[in-house]
Design a protein around this ligand. Structure first.
Ligand SMILES: NC(=O)c1ccc[n+]([C@@H]2O[C@H](COP(=O)([O-])OP(=O)(O)OC[C@H]3O[C@@H](n4cnc5c(N)ncnc54)[C@H](O)[C@@H]3O)[C@@H](O)[C@H]2O)c1
Length: 251
């Protein structure tokens, strides 16, 4: 990929796990990359990873809770004021709880749906006008195996939010295709992130036994798929869901 690719990409939840790997790939590819990070401390830590002078011109850090709709509008305006364009959006930020059905209350339901699904809709809505103007755009929504197959451990609210993202991708994909904007879903399972490292190693080993490829995925493997979807080569692919789960779900 060209090092002088001046495209501007926004990645939400870019301080760790998949979001960080995706944003790091974009920076390496020469894209101007906006790291959307919920809290200040995580933002500062992530900033410290990008201190080389050549990189500093290429990165922007915005503190934002993605469930704050005014905040989304402000963030989009800030990027447009500073860099004048937005070409790629990765709706990656997400939260997951394992609460059983009987114990999910309205507050937790709303929290999960707001962070995972509402933000996906409104962030996408906010970047569409500028993508339409340029007749080029890429939106990639980070869903989950849980939204496709019914979760093994995650709660019903998580699963519903992730299924909702798949439906949103298809709806946006149809309505934006005429403008050169593609919208796709990535549905991972069992990819190693800091969360997995905190789990009981015995539980992780048991989970890996159920994966045909007998290992956890690596964040870079997901990031490389996202890079493809965000590239010119991904231009004939829209409304699709990409499984990246070691063979756990074959359909
Ligand atoms: N790792 C996996 O195997 C896996 C499997 C299925 C789906 N996913 C999905 O991939 C995405 C990334 O997952 P991960 O494994 O890297 O998880 P993670 O928990 O390591 O990262 C999630 C990121 O989202 C951010 N975030 C959470 N709430 C936010 C908010 N309100 N505003 C802004 N940022 C917020 C977190 O700070 C974090 O940076 C999530 O949407 C998750 O549901 C991951």
């Amino acid at each position: 990929m060209a090092m002088n690719d001046q495209r501007v990409a926004i990645v939400t939840g870019a301080n760790k796990g998949l979001g960080l790997a995706i944003a790091e790939n974009f920076v390496k590819e020469g894209k101007k990359t906006v790291f959307v990070i919920r809290n200040k401390e995580n933002l500062e830590q992530t900033k410290n990873l990008f201190q080389e002078e050549v990189m500093l011109e290429q990165v922007m850090f915005i503190q934002l809770d993605v469930s704050d709709l005014n905040g989304i509008k402000k963030a989009v305006n800030q990027v447009l004021n500073e860099w004048g364009r937005i070409d790629i959006l990765v709706n990656n930020a997400g939260i997951r709880f394992e609460t059983p059905i009987e114990e999910i209350n309205e507050e937790e339901w709303d929290q999960v749906l707001d962070v995972n699904l509402k933000s996906t809709f409104f962030f996408s809505q906010a970047v569409i006008p500028v993508m339409k103007e340029r007749k080029w755009g890429r939106i990639i929504n980070m869903s989950s195996f849980g939204g496709q197959a019914g979760p093994l451990t995650s709660g019903a609210h998580y699963s519903a939010s992730k299924a909702g993202q798949i439906a949103l991708s298809k709806t946006f994909a149809r309505s934006l295709a005429a403008y050169g904007i593609t919208v796709n879903t990535v549905a991972p399972a069992s990819v190693r992130t800091p969360e997995m490292d905190k789990m009981d190693p015995e539980k992780v080993a048991q989970m890996i036994e159920t994966i045909p490829l007998k290992r956890a995925g690596e964040p870079k493997e997901v990031a490389d798929l996202v890079s493809y979807l965000a590239s010119d080569s991904g231009g004939f692919t829209t409304g699709a869901t990409f499984d990246i789960n070691g063979g756990r779900l074959m359909r």
